[in-house]
Design a binder for this molecule. Structure first.
Ligand code: ATP
Length: 370
């Protein structure tokens, strides 16, 4: 059993071959994707890859040019935005400046002409959920940025939508507050059981809050998986490179049995060895993707090393908790190795031009054909 293929997961949203064109431009290209009930789902990708367009189609502000979107088993094409069990929270929060926190949260409920007691009970619940009870009577300009963000969240959740869309919800907050608020968002998502779909530019934020992440490029989903899978088992050089730091070593593959492959990466060098579930034909061009923290650096060749190459230190970046070394290998390939500075004074550190060994295990990296 692995968390990313839990058979009990029930789709709330189903994109089926969805294409969205604006004139001759294709913003979303034949996209098929399920988002599950009670899931915190992140859309991650560079500017212009189509994240907002996907959100706008879910909210009902845009319609697909082709394909269907289902929400809870129903095709939503014909359902107008205000009839969908979907709400969208914008980066600007769009609070009403002249209304109190309480009235901002109550706004949608009043518009639905709910009985006064029901409104009061629901607003009370939302104030409690977002820890805003003490601020109910204040106006938006009388509270902090973080509190305003929570009012917007409380207002978005007041009508208990099935799906909440969050477009860069923490973009206006400074780094420290942003981190604290990420944990709050996760907590609130869990308590309400609402499906959250978040758009963010910030990969760390996506990795922190989301149960699954979709990495997008030019209107296509490149990979959908848990943050751990995206980081540890990227399926393409694009995804490996988009999330975190990675070494990409190009070469050609040769199967040597037992799910192991050699990567011939430079002339007159010993090939690297990598385990892979994929199949690579003899001589096929491929890439080894390996994270810097999976690479050890040492003065002597580690006797048990499955992959070890001799090289020369080019650069060192001291980052406090970590140090990053750039090591030049034969043939000019540069490898980035990262070590954790767990001791106050490191036992052995290296300096520019030092000859060193970099080494890693056969399962430390992934072999990619695209
Ligand atoms: P960002 O992270 O910068 O917000 P995004 O991934 O959300 O980007 P979208 O806003 O979805 O990207 O836009 C995807 C592409 O579609 C962009 O190239 C954009 O210029 C184009 N696009 C979006 N809306 C329209 C429109 N109404 N008319 C024409 N082109 C559009």
């Amino acid at each position: 059993f692995a968390p990313w293929d839990d058979p009990t997961e029930k789709p709330l949203i189903r994109f089926r071959n969805v294409t969205k064109r604006f004139g001759a431009f294709t913003a979303i290209d034949d996209l098929t994707l399920d988002i599950f009930e009670r899931e915190f789902f992140a859309l991650l990708g560079p500017s212009g890859c189509g994240k907002t367009t996907m959100m706008r189609m879910l909210a009902g502000f845009e319609t697909p040019s082709e394909g269907t979107i289902e929400l809870a088993g129903q095709d939503i094409a014909a359902v107008p935005p205000n009839k969908r069990a979907v709400n969208m929270m914008f980066q600007s929060y769009a609070l009403f400046p002249h209304l109190s926190v309480y009235d901002n949260i109550a706004f949608g409920l009043r518009r639905d002409s709910l009985p006064r007691a029901d409104i009061d009970a629901r607003v009370g619940e939302m104030l409690k959920l977002t820890r805003l009870e003490k601020f109910a009577r204040r106006k938006p300009h009388q509270i902090s940025g973080g509190q305003r963000q929570r009012v917007a969240l409380a207002r978005s959740l007041a009508k208990a939508p099935k799906l909440l869309l969050l477009d860069e919800p923490l973009g206006a907050l400074d780094a420290k507050l942003r981190q604290a608020t990420q944990f709050e968002l996760m907590d609130i998502q869990e308590k309400t059981g609402t499906t959250f779909v978040i758009v963010t530019h910030d990969q760390e934020e996506a990795m922190t809050v989301a149960s699954r992440v979709a990495v997008m490029d030019e209107g296509r989903v490149m990979q959908v998986a848990t943050p751990e899978r995206i980081y540890e088992a990227p399926e393409s050089v694009y995804v490996a490179d988009f999330i975190g730091d990675v070494n990409i070593v190009p070469g050609t593959a040769r199967a040597v049995g037992d799910g192991l492959f050699q990567l011939n990466w430079a002339e007159d060098t010993v090939p690297f060895i990598a385990a892979s579930e994929g199949a690579f034909s003899e001589g096929q061009a491929c890439h080894l993707a390996i994270r810097p923290e999976k690479i050890a650096i040492s003065a002597e060749r580690p006797p048990e090393a499955e992959n070890a190459v001799h090289g020369k230190v080019l650069d060192i970046a001291y980052l406090g908790n970590l140090s990053t070394y750039h090591v030049e290998l034969p043939g000019g390939q540069v490898i980035k190795a990262q070590t954790a500075n767990t001791r106050r004074i490191s036992r052995r550190s290296f300096t520019w031009e030092d000859p060193v060994w970099v080494s890693w295990t056969k399962t430390a990296g992934v072999l990619l054909d695209q």
